[in-house]
Design a protein around this ligand. Structure first.
Ligand code: ADA
Length: 588
């Protein structure tokens, strides 16, 4: 009887339901490691037995939250309970913003779905699995690196934080709703061409309806609106519309103007409404120059890992805001998100504060054998790139897609991966630039596929002398005279407080003085007016110190360097090192 009343009330409310009701499932969940891989056969997915479980904060990395198992690679179980009151004509969606590395999900002991990539989101329609009242949600995360996947077992550039690193949400939507938005803008005379698209998902019988769109500025005034009839067969329909709009301001780092596109899908059965925030912005390459909104731009920036001591990869919005404001204060207009798509809040804040972004698939030093495999491409390459782009392409801040970092791009199988990956990116999103970060410098054989050349160089740190960079930049320009060049990584370690009044030119010298000398000299070469015609960016490695598993295995280094990457311009807890001022002076 009670259930019946609830259903009737929910049905009565449906007429006024607009859009998704979203509920966060963040909180303390049950947790247990499963190093021997017993859970699946032992039925943990359906079990509510409290024995053997501890508590963990979600979102949060499991190795970070428990602090007793930081080298753990393997399976770990999470479970929680949520209340539901499903109503006819409504769908219940379970959305995860990121589970590392692979995830399997059960609702009330029944499989809801699985996902293979650590840093993109996924959504399961769990309408058929839930019941009124209390429901059990179980998530198995597995952060074991595999040899034939992206990332693969070579991926040791940052801590392998496993688990539910990002938010989990329950959404209630009508039976026809919208997903997967894209917005592209192009300058058109005194106005802008605006195109937007979305998937209309109709889970009920075929129906006719309307799609309406309203574009408003930051004061809420309507700039443009439109309305179109729609025929929705059962399943997914890609709808795409556009218009030329006038009197709007362009988005740029100096003036990050944002607009809201309100989309409403109405059918006789209900109404779904969503607001997507975006901006008018154009990025392109002309010869050896990168142009933003038709004017030459130079990427002044840092590489940024999503990490903070004690929080693993789960940063608060306030921390991200502080970090991005500190980068702006340093004179940055650009951030390379190393080496994976970050949480949605990073993109939202970059849109608001005015920072251009580079977003990368975590193909970090991936083996040539892995990248050369077509199985890997079809399972981990193409679908992961597709998710990355689908989930980030409404942000005006995103201007660069990267298909990887420091893989053997002087070898044919990798060159072929880069050819496939850049072609797919251009097909999915022709409105942005595509590249990869190469450590092969003049030996690279794949730069032809990139819109601009991006080199990671460590002259004066891992090899050569500080001064060797100058000749190397000239050599690269001589070999590829038609392309802009961005130095996508450079830097040296600096232990906070360590001094060396007379550092040499070629040393693994951990003093802040050496770090200042290397960074200052390299910035001088990159910004030299003699190279102005083709240099298009300088991206420091790295914004903040962070725990580094590679260093963890090295010996013969200062104790603090034994487990940290100390190339930060600020410490892990965000205190400025002396090099911060060197960068600010150059960028300003
Ligand atoms: C590489 C890599 C970075 C970081 C850096 C370093 O070039 O791309 O992730 O590991 O070197 O500090 O050695």
């Amino acid at each position: 009887m009670q259930t019946r009343v609830r259903l009737l009330l929910a049905a009565a409310a449906l007429a006024t339901v607009a859009g998704a009701a979203t509920r966060s499932l963040a909180g303390y969940w049950d947790f247990r490691y499963d190093p021997e891989d017993r859970g699946e056969t032992a039925g943990w997915a359906a079990s509510e037995d409290p024995r053997g479980w501890t508590r963990i904060q979600v979102p949060g990395s499991y190795d970070q939250a428990l602090r007793n198992n930081v080298l753990y690679q393997g399976k770990a179980w999470h479970r929680t309970w949520f209340d539901a009151s499903p109503a006819p004509g409504e769908r219940t969606l379970l959305r995860f913003d990121g589970v590392a590395i692979r995830a399997s999900v059960w609702v009330n002991g029944k499989p809801a779905g699985a996902h293979l990539f650590p840093y993109t989101g996924f959504t399961f329609d769990v309408t058929g699995l839930i019941h009124p009242g209390r429901n059990l949600l179980t998530v198995l995360a597995d952060n074991q690196l595999l040899s034939d996947a992206i990332p693969d077992t070579s991926c040791t550039g940052w801590w392998n934080y496993g688990g539910i690193n990002r938010g989990v949400f329950l959404e209630t939507v009508p039976d026809a709703y919208l997903r997967d938005y894209s917005i592209t803008t192009r300058m058109a005379g005194d106005g802008w061409d605006l195109r937007f698209a979305a998937n209309a998902i109709n889970t009920g019988a075929p129906v006719e309806g309307t799609l309406s769109a309203t574009l408003t500025d930051s004061r809420g005034s309507t700039v443009w609106s439109g309305r179109w009839p729609l025929k929705l067969p059962a399943g997914e329909t890609r709808v795409s519309e556009g218009a030329t709009v006038r009197g709007v301001a362009a988005w740029s780092p100096e003036s990050p103007a944002l607009y809201r596109l309100n989309l409403t899908l109405s059918t006789p059965r209900g109404k779904y409404e969503e607001t997507v925030r975006s901006g008018f912005r154009q990025i392109e390459v002309k010869g050896t120059q990168i142009l933003l909104n038709g004017r030459r731009v130079f990427f002044k920036g840092v590489n940024y890992h999503e990490m903070y001591p004690g929080d693993g990869m789960t940063l608060s919005r306030e921390q991200v805001r502080r970090d991005l404001l500190d980068m702006k204060a340093m004179g940055c207009n650009f951030v390379r998100l190393a080496h994976y798509p970050h949480d949605r809040q990073v993109y939202e804040l970059a849109d608001e504060l005015g920072l251009m972004l580079w977003t990368e698939i975590p193909a970090w030093q991936t083996r040539a054998e892995t990248l050369g495999s077509l199985d890997v491409w079809h399972t981990y390459g193409a679908p992961q790139l597709t998710e990355i782009i689908a989930q980030r392409r409404t942000h005006p801040s995103v201007v660069v897609w990267s298909v990887g970092n420091e893989f053997p791009s002087d070898r044919e199988p990798v060159e072929q991966y880069i050819a496939r990956a850049t072609a797919l990116v251009r097909q999915l999103d022709p409105s942005r630039l595509v590249t990869f970060a190469s450590d092969r410098r003049e030996r690279d054989i794949a730069f032809g596929h990139a819109d601009f050349i991006a080199i990671n160089e460590y002259f004066g740190w891992y090899y050569g002398a500080i001064q060797d960079l100058a000749a190397n930049l000239d050599l690269i320009h001589a070999k590829w005279p038609g392309k802009p060049v961005v130095v996508s990584e450079f830097g040296s370690e600096g232990v906070p407080g360590w001094t060396n009044p007379a550092p040499a030119d070629r040393a693994m010298d951990y003093s802040e003085d050496y770090q200042m000398k290397l960074v200052g000299t390299h910035l001088g070469y990159i910004l030299d007016p003699a190279r102005q015609s083709y240099m298009a960016g300088a991206l420091l490695w790295v914004y903040a110190d962070f725990p580094n598993p590679k260093a963890f295995q090295r010996s013969g280094q200062p104790p603090i360097a034994a487990y940290m990457n100390l190339k930060g311009l600020v410490t892990d807890d965000r205190r400025h090192k002396r090099v911060w001022d060197v960068v600010q002076k150059a960028f300003r």
